[in-house]
Design a protein around this ligand. Structure first.
Ligand code: 5GP
Ligand code: ZN
Length: 116
């Protein structure tokens, strides 16, 4: 299921160019166009779900596949040992800009905690 106006759905359909680094089990990952770290990958499901709050019980495989993709991509990107951060922004206070559920995989530098 895709949503015509959604920029990430358009990337999945290859209507919008992106540097795709992973495609497997209904999951697609690509380099963020405005990277916040040397490694900054966006990981999404092919199914259009607006935000994590909209995940349903039937999406458990999808949710698991997102996480499994993240660890595989971290390894492939060379940050498995050095470390990385996974971020999901949901709604206004978290600053969600694109309403197609996505995981940010950030690595290649040291991060602070708590986040800003
Ligand atoms: P959010 O704030 O919604 O969690 O993050 C959305 C992310 O998607 C941002 O980091 C932004 O740079 C990235 N992004 C938005 N539009 C595009 C696009 O068309 N192509 C790529 N590669 N990244 C995008
Ligand atoms: Zn979408």
């Amino acid at each position: 299921m895709t949503s015509g106006a959604c920029i990430f759905c358009r990337i999945i359909k290859k209507e919008v160019p992106a540097r795709i680094v992973f495609e497997e089990d209904g999951i697609v990952a690509f380099e963020d166009m405005n990277p916040q770290a040397p490694v900054h990958i966006i990981i999404i499901s092919e199914k259009h779900i607006e935000k994590i709050s909209d995940l349903a019980g039937g999406d458990s495989d999808l949710a698991a596949n997102l996480m499994l993709a993240a660890k595989k991509i971290a390894k492939k990107s060379g940050v498995e040992e050095s470390g990385y951060r996974l971020v999901i922004n949901c709604n206004r206070d978290a600053g969600q800009q694109v309403f197609h559920l996505h995981l940010h995989l950030l690595g290649g530098r040291k991060f602070t905690w708590p986040p800003g």
